[in-house]
Design a protein around this ligand. Structure first.
Ligand SMILES: Cc1cc2nc3c(=O)[nH]c(=O)nc-3n(C[C@H](O)[C@H](O)[C@H](O)COP(=O)(O)OP(=O)(O)OC[C@H]3O[C@@H](n4cnc5c(N)ncnc54)[C@H](O)[C@@H]3O)c2cc1C
Length: 348
């Protein structure tokens, strides 16, 4: 089989790159063996404000402008709702936080995303005497459904394999790569934390930050907006809420743990008096980078090998942005912005 691209990884990064290829009439084949879970377990939030400091997320307006229409297109293609636009209510713990909010509001780049008025708490089951600041233009992408449906559609079109991609089986011809019975012009690696196993790019300083989420059933919680306190409480409908996430730097597995479940249960119980039952529990590893910027670029010697990674804790917003940048590098010879270029780490 001859194709333009092989893509390794069908998480948010791989999907965004496939969409870029489709939009430009390029052909591709995807490998994903379900070894990483980050995109499937993500809270899926898109949010332009950093909620502990009230500062703007890096290139948030550009990313939102690009990403939201792309998810709309995907909704149509997959015939499934993916985008749930919903405000985030940042719970104030101290009066000092309210002052910081008001200060942040004066910055033009933040003003469009933050409510001018504080929102009083009207929910008797939520402990929030100082009320909330509301973040605007936020929402949730149902990433689990997106990944599931996207893989299924690729499979139905014979463009997908659930095989483990074996790096030592690639043959590098000068202007193409051969992998088993596929010959492609380019290969894009989008394996999330799985990059650690990739001999061509595992010199890059990709770290991993494990996170766990629980889902609870809480018929008396009655929330219609996302609440952010020490955790996010994300309404899913039918009295279900996603609660999380945790941050674990040392352990790098996708395994759920009892201790983190307990941590989330305790944090939720401090915010609400409503009764709840845990009905689901998931874990994954965020592909993070020391400077909090993505890793996008071309291999130094194997010129048709590329990396698309380092989406960190904000894959929903960043994925379409970096996919476009990588496509433009490969097909249109448009240089990558230095901030995201993976070569910033191996200049020799
Ligand atoms: C608990 C948690 C909560 C999060 N919440 C949010 C949020 O609210 N909003 C947000 O924007 N982001 C969130 N994130 C971050 C977001 O999930 C990531 O930025 C994003 O999923 C990374 O996507 P990716 O495609 O780079 O990696 P992944 O999703 O890890 O995808 C990589 C894929 O490559 C495959 N793969 C790897 N190696 C191989 C191989 N050798 N052969 C075949 N296949 C392979 C894996 O199976 C995997 O499917 C969260 C992450 C976690 C863990």
């Amino acid at each position: 089989m001859k194709t333009d691209y092989i893509i390794v990884g069908c998480g948010l990064a791989g999907i965004a790159f496939c969409e870029e290829l489709k939009a430009n009439n390029k052909t591709f084949f995807v490998f994903d063996n379900n070894s990483q879970t980050s995109s499937s377990v993500a809270g899926g939030l898109y949010n332009p404000v950093i909620l502990n400091r009230f500062t703007k997320v890096w290139r948030s307006r550009e990313q939102l402008d690009l990403a939201l229409p792309k998810y709309k297109i995907l909704e149509n293609k997959l015939n499934n709702r993916l985008d749930y636009s919903i405000p985030i209510n940042r719970l104030f713990h101290y009066e000092k936080e309210q002052k910081t909010w008001l200060k942040a509001l004066k910055k033009p780049e933040l003003a469009e995303f933050m409510s001018v008025d504080f929102k009083p708490n009207t929910n008797a089951n939520i402990n929030a005497p100082l009320g909330f600041g509301e973040v605007l233009h936020t929402g949730r992408i149902d990433t689990k459904t997106l990944v599931l449906k996207y893989k299924k559609q690729l499979k139905d079109n014979q463009l997908f394999s659930t095989e483990l991609f074996e790096y030592n089986s690639i043959i590098n011809n000068k202007n193409s790569v051969t992998y088993k019975d596929i010959e492609a012009k380019h290969i894009v690696f989008a394996e999330g934390y799985g990059l650690k196993e990739n001999p061509f790019f595992n010199n890059l300083p990709l770290d991993g930050l494990k996170g766990e989420y629980i889902t609870v059933k809480a018929p008396d919680l009655n929330l219609t907006k996302i609440v952010k306190s020490s955790i996010f409480i994300i309404p899913l409908g039918n009295d279900l809420y996603r609660i999380g996430a945790t941050f674990e730097k040392v352990e790098k597995t996708n395994t759920i743990t009892e201790s983190r479940k307990l941590e989330l249960v305790e944090k939720l119980a401090k915010i609400t008096s409503a009764k709840f039952d845990v009905v689901n529990h998931t874990a994954g590893i965020r592909p993070t980078v020391i400077d909090h910027k993505p890793l996008v670029g071309q291999h130094k010697t194997h010129k048709n090998y590329y990396v698309l990674n380092g989406l960190g804790a904000r894959g929903v917003m960043i994925a379409p942005y970096v996919a476009k940048a990588l496509f433009n590098l490969i097909e249109n010879n448009i240089a990558l912005n230095l901030e995201i270029n993976s070569n910033r780490f191996n200049k020799v």
